[in-house]
Ligand binder design. Structure first.
Ligand code: HEC
Length: 172
């Protein structure tokens, strides 16, 4: 695998000028930083590894120390995450990408706000070209696997195994 990935810092000078206060207020705004690789597919693969997407969206990723073939990656996990929002499931991103255009994918990653633990605020800050790279990697892998279960709403009982992530209450 080609590992000649370079980080290109386009807006470092601009960031330095904006100062701390403004950069906090615009934490989710793209900074101009992006990843390049031998191909967009390679860059997308890299982004999904270092961006943590496999941690939640690839079954067995954590258990095997990341030893999951590309063919099985990012097909979702059917163990839910439970909190005040209900129970959510890391989606099958291969099917999601297969069902939408690249431009719609880019717009979704840039603007969507949704339930935890999906870190939408992180993706909202992704460079457009990086979003395209992730999409092209997912499309290169192609559709595979099943749709994950529908999320349940607040207070509804879980229909599958789940991981509770509501903070524990302090003892009185
Ligand atoms: C901590 C776990 C976690 C991590 C890390 C994570 N996700 Fe998710 N993701 C989820 C969950 C859970 C959902 C479903 C949220 C819901 O139903 O509201 C989701 C949903 C999504 C969706 C919506 C899919 C659809 O069909 O609606 C996209 C796109 C997505 N994630 C992309 C990514 C990408 C790209 C990364 C890596 C940069 C990533 N996720 C990292 C847990 C995670």
């Amino acid at each position: 695998m080609n590992t000649h990935l370079k980080l290109t810092v386009v807006a470092a000078a601009l960031l330095a000028l904006t100062g701390c206060r403004q950069s906090q207020a615009t934490a989710a705004a793209p900074t101009g930083v992006r990843v390049t690789g031998a191909s967009d597919v390679e860059a997308g693969r890299y982004l999904t590894v270092v961006g943590g997407c496999n941690d939640c969206h690839t079954a067995g990723w954590n258990e095997t120390g990341g030893n999951v073939p590309d063919a099985q990656r990012l097909t979702g996990t059917n163990v839910g995450w439970q909190g005040p929002w209900g129970v959510t499931y890391p989606a099958n991103l291969r099917l999601t990408a297969a069902a939408m255009s690249e431009d719609d994918w880019v717009a979704m990653l840039r603007t969507r706000k949704d339930r935890p633990p999906m870190p939408w605020m992180n993706l909202n800050a992704m460079h457009e070209q990086d979003s395209r790279a992730v999409y092209r990697y997912l499309r290169a892998l192609g559709p595979a696997g099943e749709r994950m279960p529908e999320a349940t709403g607040p207070g509804e009982p879980a229909r599958t195994a789940f991981i509770p992530i509501a903070p524990p209450q302090a003892p009185r």
